[in-house]
Design a protein. Structure first.
Length: 104
């Protein structure tokens, strides 16, 4: 999780990467985009989300980060669809949905 107020720097550093990110870096990016909601971070987060394999929702940590990011972007329907497609829902999954719905 991004806790030091440096979410913008995470977004900028991610953009400079010349290697393919793994799931840990994608989760970090989604968390940064959720904290630093700008047009730039939103575009990057959605681009990375769009490029994920169709079965990514089977990875709870990655899907949870994506749900949280989508909720922070105000993309409630998309977040709900992703949440519904998750086979394994954890407390974090339910928490991301509830917190997102509560914040609307």
């Amino acid at each position: 999780y991004i806790i030091n107020g440096m979410a913008e720097k995470v977004v900028q550093l991610f953009k400079k990467m010349s290697v393919q990110p793994d799931d840990v870096l994608r989760i970090t990016l989604f968390n940064a985009c959720a904290k630093h909601v700008t047009a730039e971070s939103r575009k990057l987060g959605e681009d990375v989300l769009r490029r994920l394999p169709s079965n990514f929702h089977q990875k709870p940590q990655l899907a949870n980060a994506a749900v949280d990011m989508l909720m922070k972007f105000g993309e409630v329907k998309r977040a709900e669809q992703l949440f519904a497609s998750m086979k394994t829902k954890t407390l974090v999954s339910f928490g991301a949905m509830m917190q997102g719905l509560f914040s609307i």
